[in-house]
Design a protein. Sequence first.
Length: 326
Amino acid sequence: MRKDSPYDIVQSKPFLNSYASQEYRKQELTQRISAEIDSELNSPIKDLTYKLSEGLANTAYNIGKESGNYTRKQALEYFDRKFLEREIPRAHGIITELTRNVTDAYDKKDVNSFRRNLYRKIDKYGLEGAIDSVRPINIDPMKAPAKNDNVYSAPKTIVDKLEYTMSSTLSGYKGIIHPNIYENMSSQIKEKASVLANKILPYIPTHENRLNQIIEQTEGSKFKEAKLMFEKQFIYDALCAADFDKTKAADYAGDSVQTFNRRLSKLGVDVSKEKKEHDNARAKPEVPTQEIDRFKQLVIEYNSRREAMVDDAEKKKMKKQVKVAA
């Protein structure tokens, strides 16, 4: 993967208007993270949930920038592997059925050619184990299939960064909140850092997550069509990142200008037309600021109610202590 590209995650064309503002993308990421934090941490402090979410959103963007980018060729190989990983279980690991599912080939010669190509890809990406695990002959009907609720596993470096961000944010409240509450929150952060990291990982704007988004948009398409859709979106993203400078876009994609131009022609991408549409969308970003303000207000109201509940509990506790002392 390349690390010298100023690539920022560019959303796909159908969502360009809604995601035209990077600030709005961060706000949306903050909202998502806030929901995850609220489900895992018991934060009784007004606006602390939002502060934690804001800090994690900034950290997530920094991680995304450090993650590096795929070249076009690397991205196409990534597509091949992920597409097969998605389709193999649906075909129960049976190559003939997989061939029928992912290709429009009907001629016996074409089917056999594509099957041989699949075998080469399966060997290249080491997917033999994935095939064996889903073949009916290898599945024990008396045992329920293993359920994998968490398909993401955050690396320790990411867990450590997110834990540090949360601990640093909480430390700003050390002189404000009760020591017991502070210690409780600190222990929760240490305990839940890994869980939160796994939940937040899919939202981190890495190039790999972006590729996964594009692959999801190919759902229901045959292999050849899906791969062309994927490559076209990849090239469009590179153009957006390069402000539609073809020389820069070719560099971001790891191609020569000549190769990049050939792919543009093959995929039917009209750069001047795409740039005009992109500029028009960016000139009139549809950023739903009302929704953002409403979310902020809901967070404030929710934390206010939680704080009030804590205050009531403290008052009741003090009354009991007074009665005992009397």
